[in-house]
Structures are given as structure tokens and as C-alpha cells.
Design a binder for this molecule. Structure first.
Ligand code: HEM
Ligand code: HEM
Length: 406
């Protein structure tokens, strides 16, 4: 595992942000249970902390393990490569820390996951460019080491990655808005399909980037043609504002149901490291649950019942704390091995309870908003169980962060 040379610095940054963002999640969960705690932090109330929880999870924890996978694919695994990667990781973490300061100060665009605003707007795009420069330099230095196809794939990926900081900077603007579903104000079927297919491209590339040996099933043969066909279907669906009542939008999103078995057969067709395998299986279970319940969330009737309720908060945690976190642990364990059963079950158990209790709360919520507002006993019980589940998840992440330091 020559790529193990990168895994420690990546783990330190990635788990560090997971711990920080989880600690804020626990703080937010405590505030929902006992709002009077908010007096302790004066003007820094719930709304000021919320973007830190969201953005540190997405751009810190959800992103940095994938930076580790990119490093394993591009960067020369020696002391110099490790030093270059450390510089790029430090720039990234500095951007996140400064971003946190700006959101606490109330400087934000007000757009979910695109809060970077004012002086903070260029921070993350600049950190992305620094990382891109490291990857591009190493690809150039190592061009003779890579086979013809391998080099072409890396150049194509570099060209694609160059678009990301520019797109992010543009999307952060308050004047830019995506297509919306006029009947819900939320995402359209086409945009949900597009973003999930994008995630499938990343999942599909992981075995090659991490050099996971192919197993008995020659799954790679059909994965990419099937994904290309799905992108063709995506291109043919209407991309403007479109309702979740439109059969075309429902059918487009329904296409993802086929990807539940397809992704499972593909990823299990590789010979993953022993310590990565439990995370792979957990990720596939979360994936099946996410696609099935995500599809239901879009359907007329359920969409209205779950809108603005804890059921959507459950969905967000199922997707990110369940699926993305399991994929990321699979990546990190593939790079360096390690990890304990206790950490695995603490996270999975905590996350399953977290998601289940919020989904149930969301289902019971409609029509009983006043009871939530007045903090009736049963609503406090839901929030209490969620807080306990959050503490279990925080404990697991602290354990991983400590293991990464030794
Ligand atoms: C890793 C993948 C995914 C992530 C990170 C994710 C994340 C999110 C987030 C953060 C929200 C906003 C929640 C809120 O407004 O409170 C959301 C909404 C939603 N998601 Fe996902 N999601 C993912 C995959 C999916 C999939 C696969 C589907 C469908 C098959 C789906 C369907 C929906 C629907 C229908 C909504 C509600 C849109 C509305 O407000 O009307 N999501 N998702
Ligand atoms: C220690 C574990 C965690 C706790 C206690 C926690 C707690 C919370 C709380 C209290 C909220 C606000 C919900 C509301 O306004 O009603 C929230 C929102 C959110 N959290 Fe967490 N969280 C945890 C872990 C995570 C992780 C690991 C991720 C992603 C990797 C994540 C992603 C999100 C997202 C995307 C939202 C926005 C949901 C929405 O608007 O629908 N959380 N979390």
C-alpha cells in the first residue's frame, strides 16, 4: 500500500473536520432540546452555527477523503509528494476555518451549501486551485510512469476538475438560482437525477484511483456503458422548472432504482482490503435505503407531507452521515487499513437511530406543529434520542481522529 504515505495527513484533516462539525451538530441538537442554552453564546445563536455544521461536513469531512483518493492516483508517493499534499490540505483547512469565521460574523449568501460570500467567496475556489496545481504538477512529472490510457484518463480528469472552482465561485453568487419545482420550491426530478449520477461517476472511479484489484466479476465492463446510457436519459429530460407531478420527472428519478443492484454488483466485484469491506457493505445498504426513500420523498402526496419536516433532515443524514461517510471510511481504510469494530458499530448504530427517529418524527409532525413549538413531552423525547445518537457518532469520530494521530 504505497499510497499509505498520504493517508495520515488526509485522515488528520478529514477526521478533524468531522469531529468539529459533529460537535456543532451535538450543540445544535442540544439547542433544539433546550433553547435557553442559546443564552450562553450571546448573539451567536442557532442560525449562526448552522452553516458551520453543514459546510464543515460537506467541504471538510465529505470532501477530504476523496482528496486522499486523488492524491493516491496522481501524487508521487515519497517525502516530497507528502509535503506538497500537506500544503494543499493546509490551504483547504485554512479556507474552511476562515469560512467558519465569516458565517459566525453573519457574512453569508444565505444559500444552502453555498454560503461563501463577500470576502469569503473566493476562499474555497482558491484552495481547490492550489490542490489542482499539485495534482497537475505531479501528473506532468510522472507522465512517463503512467500507461497511455492511464495518462489520458488523468488529463481528462484534470480538465474536468479545473471547472469545479470556477463553477463553485459562480454558483455562490446571490443572483444565480437553479431550476426549481414550482409546486414544492425544492429540486426538480432532473436535477436530483443529475446530481446523483454525478455521485455515481465518483463512486465508479474509486476502484481505479485506489488501485483495488479486480475480483472474479468483470463488472467494470458494463458499469460505464450503463452510466453513459443514464446520462443520455438525463440529457433528454426537461431541465427547466418542472413539477413533481410531471410523469416525465418521476420516471427520470425512478431510473435511479435500477442503480441499487447495479452499484452493488459493480463495487463488490473488486477485491477490497479486509478493513474496507464492512464500510462498503454499510454504504450499499445506505445507498439502497437512500434511493428508495429519496424516490418516495419526491412523489406527490409524500413530498407535501414531508416538506419542511424532520423527515427531510433524516434524508440529509441518511445520505451524508450514512452513505457518504461509509464510502469515505471505505476509501480511508483501503489506503491504510486499521479501524476497530467498536468504531464501526458506534457510528452505524448512532446513525441508524438518528435517521430512524427523525423519519418517524417527520411522519408524525404534519398537523401537530404547535406541539413541536410548545415542546410537548413526546417531541422532547424524539430530540433527546437524537441527541444521544449524535453523542455516539461524535464519540466514534473522536476515536478515529485520535487513531490518525499515532
Ligand atoms: C448523496 C446523495 C444525496 C444527498 C447528499 C442529498 C441531500 C439532500 C439535502 C441536503 C436535501 C435538502 C433537505 C432539506 O431541504 O431539508 C435533499 C432533498 C431532497 N432529496 Fe436528496 N440527497 C441525496 C440523494 C438523493 C436521492 C438519490 C434522491 C432520490 C432518489 C433524493 C431526493 C430528494 C428529494 C425529493 C428532496 C426534497 C426536495 C424538496 O425540497 O422538494 N436525494 N437531499
Ligand atoms: C454527531 C452527529 C450529528 C448531529 C448531532 C447532527 C445534528 C444536526 C442538527 C441538530 C441539525 C439541524 C436540523 C434542524 O434544523 O432541525 C442538522 C442538520 C444537518 N446535518 Fe447534522 N448532525 C450530525 C452529523 C452530521 C453528519 C455526519 C453530516 C454529514 C456528513 C450532517 C449533515 C447535516 C445536514 C446536511 C443537515 C441539514 C439538514 C436539512 O436542512 O434538512 N450531520 N444536523
Amino acid at each position: 500500500m504505497e499510497a499509505a504515505v498520504f493517508s495520515r495527513p488526509v485522515e488528520r484533516h478529514a477526521f478533524g473536520w468531522l469531529v468539529a462539525a459533529n460537535a456543532l451538530g451535538v450543540w445544535l441538537a442540544a439547542l433544539l432540546l433546550w433553547p435557553e442554552l442559546g443564552r450562553l453564546t450571546g448573539p451567536l445563536g442557532y442560525g449562526r452555527w448552522m452553516p458551520l455544521h453543514l459546510n464543515w461536513q460537506l467541504y471538510g469531512w465529505c470532501s477530504l477523503p476523496l482528496v486522499g483518493a486523488l492524491a493516491a492516483w496522481f501524487v508521487r508517493p515519497d517525502a516530497e509528494g507528502r509535503w506538497h499534499l500537506r500544503l494543499a490540505l493546509s490551504a483547504w483547512s485554512l479556507a474552511l476555518a476562515l469560512g467558519g469565521a465569516s458565517w459566525l460574523a453573519g457574512v453569508t449568501s444565505g444559500k444552502l451549501f453555498l454560503d461563501w460570500h463577500g470576502w469569503a467567496r473566493p476562499l474555497l475556489p482558491l484552495a481547490m486551485l492550489a490542490l489542482w496545481a499539485v495534482l497537475a504538477l505531479h501528473a506532468w512529472w510522472r507522465r512517463r510512469e503512467f500507461s497511455g490510457g492511464g495518462l489520458a484518463l488523468r488529463v481528462a480528469l484534470l480538465l474536468g476538475l479545473l471547472a469545479v472552482p470556477n463553477l463553485l465561485f459562480w454558483a455562490e453568487g446571490r443572483e444565480v438560482y437553479p431550476a426549481v419545482n414550482p409546486d414544492s420550491g425544492g429540486a426538480t426530478g432532473a436535477s436530483l437525477l443529475g446530481s446523483t449520477l454525478g455521485i455515481l461517476v465518483i463512486f465508479g472511479l474509486l476502484p481505479a484511483m485506489l488501485r483495488v484489484p479486480a475480483g472474479k466479476v468483470r463488472a467494470a465492463r458494463w458499469f460505464w456503458p450503463a452510466l453513459a446510457l443514464s446520462w443520455v436519459a438525463y440529457a433528454r429530460v426537461s431541465h427547466g422548472d418542472a413539477s413533481h407531478h410531471a410523469p416525465e420527472q418521476i420516471a427520470a428519478l425512478g431510473l435511479l432504482l435500477a442503480w441499487v443492484p447495479l452499484l452493488a454488483v459493480y463495487l463488490t466485484g473488486f477485491g477490497w482490503h479486509e478493513s474496507a469491506r464492512p464500510w462498503l457493505h454499510a454504504a450499499l445498504a445506505w445507498w439502497a435505503l437512500l434511493v428508495a426513500t429519496g424516490f418516495l420523498t419526491f412523489l406527490p402526496g409524500l413530498s407535501e407531507a414531508w416538506k419542511f419536516t424532520n423527515a427531510l433532515v433524516a434524508h440529509a443524514h441518511l445520505a451524508m452521515a450514512g452513505l457518504v461517510t461509509s464510502i469515505n471510511l471505505m476509501v480511508l481504510r483501503q489506503l491504510r487499513g486499521g479501524g476497530t469494530r467498536r468504531g464501526f458499530w458506534l457510528w452505524q448504530g448512532g446513525c441508524a437511530v438518528h435517521v430512524a427517529v427523525l423519519l418517524l418524527a417527520g411522519t408524525l409532525e404534519a398537523g401537530r406543529e404547535l406541539e413541536w413549538y410548545l415542546r410537548a413531552g413526546w417531541t422532547q423525547a424524539f430530540y433527546g434520542v437524537r441527541l444521544a445518537a449524535g453523542v455516539a457518532m461524535l464519540t466514534a469520530s473522536v476515536q478515529w481522529w485520535r487513531e490518525a494521530r499515532v
